[in-house]
Design a binder for this molecule. Structure first.
Ligand code: PEP
Ligand code: MG
Length: 575
């Protein structure tokens, strides 16, 4: 029977494919009694789950993306080693036999026992392997319940498009999709500016989040239409609807092809103002798409993605190679590299250290300043790569003067250590700050007096200004870039930066939303950084924009607090 579910479309376009269900939610474990004559069967069920995880890990290992850090494969090998160890693969069998309990319970008992032993270990490296044990045990647990604990690549049959249906996905999961040609993915949880959604956009496939019950209602292999622009999925569509969407899908593809012709056209308004359109990337492999989209620079390299999907940290040389690759491939065009914004929804260790309010906790620069050694390693890697092009360093989540001063001090320290070793770098490398905490936006002088440029992270700025957790689907409908407070604050940032003669960009998702392009230009913005997939459409809008016509309307928008009037004015602006 055909039915539709509405969510939040986070990446436009239409996909039509077969549903493939995956689960990433935490599992509850119940204990139940197994009759003595069935314990052998229960042991066999456990063995099968272990074998299945073995298969998953082997497959995962063989699908490690080309160019992925070497540690990636090492991390999978470590998990295979843990799985093969008898303490995890054999001991639960004994528990099933002696306690006559279900396999899940036996696995839980044994894992708890192992974790206790880890807690007692003095060696910090070994103690950190605790998280790996948990991850492997969770995979076996999922296999026991018939839910795969990884994202299998689509089958070799290229006609069989797969739409991944998940309850929730982490940004780290989604970044792995970059090598898998899924037609689309949809999730029950997540907000429009969650990092999961952001990475989805960079994949350039239609995606929808906040569907609430899709994982429950959709069955494996059912045909699904995903309309990413409207934020709706149509499950088991009837033939007429299917034909209609196939037509729309073709039209969408043609439109994209047309936009590609603008690649080398400079982004200039009708009244002759040049606008810089840069790309946001997560990994060095994204640069090709950025160049292809016509981006004239990288406005945001979210380097924290180099730290995800692994158990150890990337060392200085590995980071240097990653940054150098981006610099070289951009051939002298500006590259803004952000120091790692780990924490909140991008945890290195996703099991532990979950703060009560992670978005308000130890993330980004706050985390960097608590781990100066790790921060300096990254700064040294960046500085070393700076001589391969035009690099700028961007610091996320700055809130007060002391954070800026401390960060600059550590940068000086990194420079001195390179000087001591006779290693060259760009001595006048510009350092900028992200404006994403309302306090920093309101007291912008704290940043303009100390830094060379600013980049507005509207995703976080809106999250903190409107008090809506960007990862929480239950408040996702409250995300409102047109809220009068957002517009007033943006106007304040742009004018204050202009007065201070400090260049300012927007690199949050607002920059890639074509319905907001004229508004941002009208408010005074001249540099926008977005995912490559959005760039051609935004450029087309810039080419058709007259600043002289837009500014009076945006000024009126700043004077009204009535949401209906604001919408009408925006329509007029875009009309
Ligand atoms: C932002 O907050 O708008 C931003 C660009 O940074 P991130 O989305 O990575 O938090
Ligand atoms: Mg941010």
């Amino acid at each position: 029977m055909s039915f539709t579910i509405h969510g939040i479309g986070v990446s436009g376009g239409i996909a039509i494919g077969h549903a493939h269900l995956v689960s990433h939610s935490k599992l509850e474990v119940a204990r139940y009694e197994i009759p003595v004559d069935q314990t052998a069967e229960e042991c066999a069920r456990f063995d099968l789950a272990v074998q299945a995880v073995h298969g998953e890990l082997d497959q995962l290992r063989s699908s490690v993306p080309v160019g992925a850090p070497a540690e990636f494969a090492a991390f999978i090998d470590l998990h295979l080693m843990i799985l093969n160890d008898s303490t995890l693969s054999a001991a639960p069998r004994t528990i099933i036999e002696t306690e006559r309990c279900n396999a899940e319970w036996a696995l839980k008992i044994q894992t708890d026992e192992l974790l206790q032993q880890f807690d007692a270990i003095e060696d910090s490296y070994l103690r950190e392997r605790r998280a790996d044990v948990i991850q492997v045990a969770q995979r076996v647990m999922k296999a026991l319940s018939g839910q795969p604990g990884y994202m299998p690549p689509p089958s070799g049959d290229s006609n069989r498009n797969l739409v991944l249906v998940a309850h929730d996905l982490s940004p780290a999961d989604v970044v792995l999709f970059k090598q898998h040609q899924f037609a689309s993915f949809v999730t029950d949880l997540g907000g429009a500016t969650s990092h999961t959604a952001i990475v989805a956009r960079s994949l350039n496939i239609p995606c929808i989040v906040a569907l609430h019950h899709a994982r429950q209602l959709v069955r494996e292999n059912e045909i699904i239409i995903v309309d990413g622009s409207q934020g709706v999925i149509i499950v088991d569509p009837d033939p007429q609807v299917l034909a209609e969407y196939q037509l729309r899908q073709r039209e969408f593809g043609l439109e994209r092809q047309k936009l590609r012709r603008l690649r080398d056209t400079p982004a200039r308004t009708l009244d002759g103002t040049d606008i810089e359109l840069y790309a946001n990337i997560e990994l060095p492999g994204d640069v090709a798409l950025a160049v292809d989209s016509g981006a004239t620079g990288i406005g945001l390299f979210r380097t924290e993605f180099l730290y995800l999907n692994r158990t150890d940290l990337p060392d200085e040389d590995e980071q240097f190679e990653a940054y150098r690759r981006v610099m070289e491939e951009m051939e002298g065009q500006p590259v803004t590299i952000r120091t790692y914004d780990l924490g909140a929804d991008k945890q290195i260790d996703d099991i532990a250290r979950l703060a009560p309010n992670p978005a308000l906790g130890l993330r980004a620069i706050r985390l960097c300043l608590t781990e100066p050694k790790r921060f300096i390693t990254q700064l040294r890697a960046m500085l070393r790569a700076s001589r391969y092009g035009k690099m700028k360093i961007l610091i996320p989540m700055l809130m007060n003067a002391s954070e800026v001063d401390q960060a600059l001090l550590l940068l000086e320290q990194a420079k001195r250590s390179l000087d001591d070793e006779g290693i060259t770098y760009d001595r006048s490398i510009p350092v900028g700050g992200m404006v994403e905490i309302p306090a920093a936006a309101l007291a912008l002088g704290l940043l303009t007096k100390r830094l060379d440029f600013l980049s507005v992270g509207t995703n976080d700025l809106i999250q903190y200004l409107l008090a809506i957790d960007r990862t929480d689907d239950t408040v996702a409908h409250l995300y409102d870039p047109l809220h009068p407070a957002v517009l007033t604050l943006l106007a304040h940032i742009f004018t204050t930066a202009a007065k201070a003669k400090i260049p300012v960009a927007v690199c949050g998702e607002m920059a890639g939303d074509v319905t907001l392009t004229r508004l941002l230009l009208g408010l005074g913005l001249r540099q926008l950084s977005m995912h490559s997939a959005h760039l051609p459409e935004v450029k087309q809008r810039v080419l058709k924009t007259s600043l002289a016509d837009s500014q009076p309307i945006t000024r009126r928008m700043l004077r009204t607090t009535d949401p209906v009037k604001l919408r009408n004015l925006l329509d007029k602006l875009n009309g």
